[in-house]
Design a protein around this ligand. Sequence first.
Ligand code: SAM
Ligand code: SF4
Length: 474
Amino acid sequence: MAALPTMKVSPDAVDFIDDAFLSSLLTGPPPDGIRVRDTIARSLAKKPLSVEETALLLRVRDPELVEQIFQAARTLKETVYGNRIVLFAPLYIGNFCVNECSYCGFQMGNKLSVRRTLTPAEIREQVLALEAHGQKRLILVFGEHPKYDAPFIADQVRTVYSIRDGHGEIRRVNINAAPMDIEGYRIIKSAGIGTYQIFQETYHHETYSRVHPPHTRKGNYLWRLDGLSRALEAGCDDVGIGVLFGLHDWRFEVLGLVAHATHLRSRYGVGPHTISFPRLRPACGAEFTGAVSVSDDDFKRVIAILRLAVPYTGLILTAREDAKLRRDLMGFGVSQIDAGSRIEIGGYTEAGDAQVMEREQFELGDIRPLDTVVRELVQDGYLPSFCTACYRLGRTGEHFMEFAIPGFIKRFCTPNALTTLMEYLVDYASPETRRSGQELIEKELAALEEGPLKAELIERLGQIKESERRDLYF
Ligand code: SAM
Ligand code: SF4
């Protein structure tokens, strides 16, 4: 069996999380309205906020000021991302794991967990099922185990890209797996991955040691904290950070995320492409169900304040949350969601209507089919997007940051959202979703400035509708 990388943290790795300092920023009286409005104005000018400025927003108590934060987050989301919501689905490849994370159904000591690694034939079945639903972007998820070394993960990525059927194809494969060494990231990058995601889970050192026993691989805080720096050094310039909310004080964790984004930006000239903020869910065999629950209202503040703190970073709201809450939270800064998700291993062909806890890492809150989610988004005025153009044209990392400027969305993102939505409507949607989607496309087209870009877009939308031409990205 292959070996996992030796956890040699580079001598340059720094632990940039100072628990006492971050906690101290959260104490003291609530800030006055003028300072809060100044900070909001900075953010609306699309300047990333420092940890100190973010802490100021986190200390707001006055309901009117909280409302101003929500409003600003909505506005910023509109100006940076428009009404697009990018869609993807997770594909769990294997749940063997050597760690003992106390909140996770995959922890090694969990005897109830049904362990399995998908065979290439089973991966094929899963991917064909996902493609048949209209998915174009996947995230492959792995436990941490010698079976899942870098060459193995790279092979799975190549396999997924190679599975095509009719119009079905996966155009972007992201990864959520354990931290690698630099050589490992190079191997994975060569397979053409999109984003490499690693969630720190909690930035608070003491809590980290409590939920990740120090004798386990994941117990090494700095190896994990430095994990995406190594990825960037290896040339994977598209990385995603995250926190598992519910382990420690949510305000502290938001500061941890902002400190991490700031560190990556100052050291590598590029911040994280995405931030994820899963909330702890019940998991089979996991005794730990959270030290601090994060209420729905506080969760809304997490999203809005993150939106303001890191204007150009995508925010991912997962199907851990239930359908109603996801709908309510969508406007506060979310730019990506998973939809049609099943996280039982083999779940896309084997799962029924109910979830089987022994076969999944935790319980999902929203297992509605992709078509239902697309329809709801469209009817709520959002523009679902399956776009994968940027990474395929090399617009990633700092190049992406250069493009994240006014005009970029109009020139690339909205047209690509419209063409990929049109593909979805023509090839996969139910009649009702197709009708609502076509209406939205007409509305979006009417709002676009006249000119060569619009003419070209109309031409391409027509080709998708009337012919077999697909994947016509700008
Ligand atoms: N095993 C790798 C690791 O730990 O980095 C891959 C990630 S794990 C399969 C995916 C993520 O699920 C974890 O990083 C954690 O944040 C989240 N997770 C684990 N248990 C959870 C639970 N009970 N509820 C919600 N999210 C959970
Ligand atoms: Fe393993 Fe990841 Fe679950 Fe921890 S969170 S037990 S590392 S799968």
